[in-house]
Design a protein around this ligand. Structure first.
Ligand SMILES: NC(=O)c1ccc[n+]([C@@H]2O[C@H](COP(=O)([O-])OP(=O)(O)OC[C@H]3O[C@@H](n4cnc5c(N)ncnc54)[C@H](O)[C@@H]3O)[C@@H](O)[C@H]2O)c1
Length: 269
């Protein structure tokens, strides 16, 4: 299998997209180092082991640099040096216009969503460079490019991830380490499935593909970026959004966009 002999670290692996990525990399033969705040990460480890590869899970906060250093040391001892890093853990702490956003919420979003990937990259990249091979995949968002109404902290953190991705490429591509960003549109995780039907229908109406993305679709893309074949792709920003970026997905103008999308659909579908 494509990733046999490699060890992949996935953050935020307890559920959602992170869990799907972990299972997909395991299907390709990688051993899995799993990190999450939630102890549900142990359930993902069990599911990974059932696929016939090794897995070890740690509960750690990606925003805590010392905890990340310690967790990576544990994972490396239990499994092996990390060959593939997927920075997936992230959160939305606050939904409010900038003027009403609590500073502490902004700081939490930056700490988890941007400092987190930095902490993880810092902990694994020098050994990758010494080995002459590494793959880093940062999960960003469509919100990185066009902004997102009432989510300034989340959007800014995801834009920051793009700058981090570019710079890691400039510094480490020469050592065989690639670093890419994946920008999902709305993906049908358990949380997203829990949205009121009216909201999810209006979101779908703005997606040129007229549907939400699936966690496995993101996982397949990540698996390709982790593969040998993707060795000349680095510093890329890869959208996986059914074309949503072309419609400037925004929470605030959703009704207006839906009206426009419906009118266009009536005219051309
Ligand atoms: N679901 C979507 O529609 C969507 C769209 C665009 C981008 N994304 C991005 O995809 C990634 C995964 O999203 P998801 O929808 O699966 O999220 P999710 O909320 O379902 O899962 C996130 C996981 O990260 C963990 N986590 C949160 N904070 C952490 C911390 N400080 N330390 C360690 N673990 C922590 C959570 O416990 C959880 O298991 C995120 O980076 C998210 O921003 C998701």
């Amino acid at each position: 299998m494509a990733l046999t002999g490699k060890t992949a670290l996935v953050t935020g692996a307890a559920r959602g997209i992170g869990r799907a990525i972990a299972l997909r990399l395991a299907q390709d033969g990688a051993d899995l180092a799993l990190m999450d705040l939630s102890d549900d990460v142990n359930g993902t480890a069990d599911a990974v082991r059932a696929l016939g590869v090794r897995a070890f899970a740690v509960q750690a906060d990606v925003s805590d640099a010392a905890a990340v250093t310690e967790a990576v040391a544990t994972l490396t001892t239990e499994l092996a040096a990390i060959d593939i890093l997927v920075n997936n853990a992230a959160l939305v702490k606050n939904i409010a216009p900038v003027g009403k956003m609590a500073a502490a919420d902004w700081e939490t979003e930056i700490a988890v969503n941007l400092n987190g990937p930095f902490n993880l990259i810092r902990a694994v990249i020098e050994p990758m460079a010494e080995a002459g091979w590494g793959r880093i995949i940062n999960i960003s968002s469509v919100a990185a490019r066009g902004g997102l109404h009432y989510q300034a902290g989340y959007s800014a953190s995801k834009s920051g991830v793009l700058g981090l991705t570019h710079t890691v490429t400039l510094e480490y591509a020469r050592f065989g380490v690639t670093c890419n960003a994946v920008l999902p549109g709305v993906i049908e995780t358990e949380n997203v499935k829990a949205m009121p039907k009216a909201v999810s229908e209006s979101v779908k109406a703005m997606v040129p593909a007229r549907r939400l993305g699936q966690v496995d679709e993101v996982a397949h893309l990540v698996a390709f970026l982790a593969s040998e074949e993707a060795g000349f792709i680095s510093g890329a920003e890869i959208d996986i959004d059914g074309g949503t970026r072309l419609n400037a997905l925004t929470l605030g103008s959703r009704a207006e966009l839906k009206e426009r999308a419906d009118a266009l659909a009536r005219a051309f579908d």
